[in-house]
Design a protein around this ligand. Structure first.
Ligand SMILES: CC(=O)N[C@H](C=O)[C@@H](O)[C@H](O)[C@H](O)CO
Ligand SMILES: CC(=O)C(=O)O
Length: 352
């Protein structure tokens, strides 16, 4: 990308501004995207509201040959905000196949989401967890440098921490690389195999991790969640639930919101559930939850994971999310036909 004066665009744009020419170069070269934007501290998501409500765990769009596809992220942001009323995203997590991406790809995706989300999204949380501590630290520094509104980390899951102190030590080493960025622990024991109770983990955590801000709680153990909420009443922690099928139960026990894959395409309906719960109209809230449960239990029986989420998001939004990366394989045509028919058959209380 060169200007008519023969000066590369990224050099011209970085001139006279506090921007690293190399970073501009990466950002501009990364994309043939419709709306250019720059990253850097000045594009951070401030002013920040407390993270609450729905957070979409984004899928990572890929081209048919398996490269990350940055070009549709602009459209993806527009879609979430205007069609789903969802203004927070969680990037490079489980749904985003974060652990299947290279470090370079993860950085490019983080930059693109922050660029395209500027003035449109409230929070862009970047998942920076990795098996290798220095890689995770590198991603944390990167997320801080581009103005992420938060970072999240899962427990390392090949060599696993065996107790609270080992897990905290790892998290602390990552969090301290981004000392001005809110830090979230991402608890997903059925995938990591790390089953240390969050209640135990949170006991005194602010002393070791001053940036600690909350938990993305992707487990069905509502006793643990309840204890976390109850014991940390005086803190401003955000408890974001991650099992979309039973979000209403987590709200009842005091969760502040949710991070999930289904808010990509059921965000508007789930927002209506949140509104009904807040009113309070518990019967209406249950109705919404029962309908999302009807869809999810149907697709879970067919076999439901990130590949299928990409397929559902593609047919609902019209944005081509592409295939997943191996070892995941694309959803079958049969799955897509059945899932679409099921979703179309649902009659929602708001008349849709
Ligand atoms: C394993 C996984 O991806 N969990 C997601 C978030 O944590 C959820 O949003 C689920 O995709 C959702 O609850 C459907 O089962
Ligand atoms: C669901 C979720 O939070 C994730 O994909 O990481």
């Amino acid at each position: 990308m060169w200007t008519t004066t023969g000066v590369p665009v990224w050099r011209r744009l970085s001139r006279g501004k506090d921007l690293d020419p190399e970073r501009c170069k990466t950002v501009f070269q990364a994309a043939r995207r419709p709306h250019h934007c720059r990253v850097g501290k000045e594009s951070s998501m401030t002013p920040r509201k407390k993270l609450e409500g729905l957070v979409a765990a984004t899928v990572t769009p890929m081209t048919p040959d398996g490269q990350i596809n940055l070009t549709v992220i602009h459209q993806y942001v527009e879609y979430l905000v205007s069609e789903q009323n969802v203004k927070n995203v969680f990037v490079n997590g489980t749904t985003g196949e974060g652990l299947s991406l290279s470090i370079q790809e993860r950085k490019q995706l983080a930059e693109e989401w922050i660029c395209q989300g500027k003035n449109k999204l409230d929070h862009v949380i970047i998942h920076v967890g990795a098996l290798s501590l220095p890689e995770s630290q590198e991603l944390a520094r990167h997320a801080a440098s581009i103005g992420a509104s938060g970072i999240a980390v899962i427990a390392p899951f090949f060599f696993k921490p065996t107790n609270k102190d080992e897990l905290i030590a790892f998290l602390q080493k990552v969090a301290s690389e981004a000392p001005a960025v809110p830090f979230y622990y991402y608890h997903i024991p059925h995938l990591t195999g790390v089953k240390i109770h969050v209640e135990e983990l949170l006991d005194g955590i602010k002393k070791q991790i001053p940036t600690f801000q909350g938990v993305k709680f992707s487990d069905t153990d509502l006793l643990d969640l309840a204890q976390c909420i109850n014991k940390n009443e005086s803190e401003q922690f955000a408890f974001l639930y991650g099992v979309d099928e039973q979000l209403l139960s987590a709200l009842a026990i005091g969760a502040n919101g949710a991070v999930g894959s289904t808010f990509n395409y059921l965000g508007r309906k789930t927002n209506l559930m949140l509104q009904a719960f807040a009113k309070p109209d518990l019967a209406l809230a249950q109705k919404y939850q029962f309908l999302t449960v009807e869809f999810l239990s149907f697709v879970i029986k067919l076999g439901f994971g990130v590949a299928q989420t990409k397929a559902v998001m593609t047919f609902v939004s019209g944005i081509p999310m592409g295939p997943p990366r191996l070892p995941l394989v694309s959803a079958s045509e049969e799955f897509i036909i059945k899932a679409k028919a099921k979703l179309d058959s649902i009659v929602w209380p708001d008349g849709d």
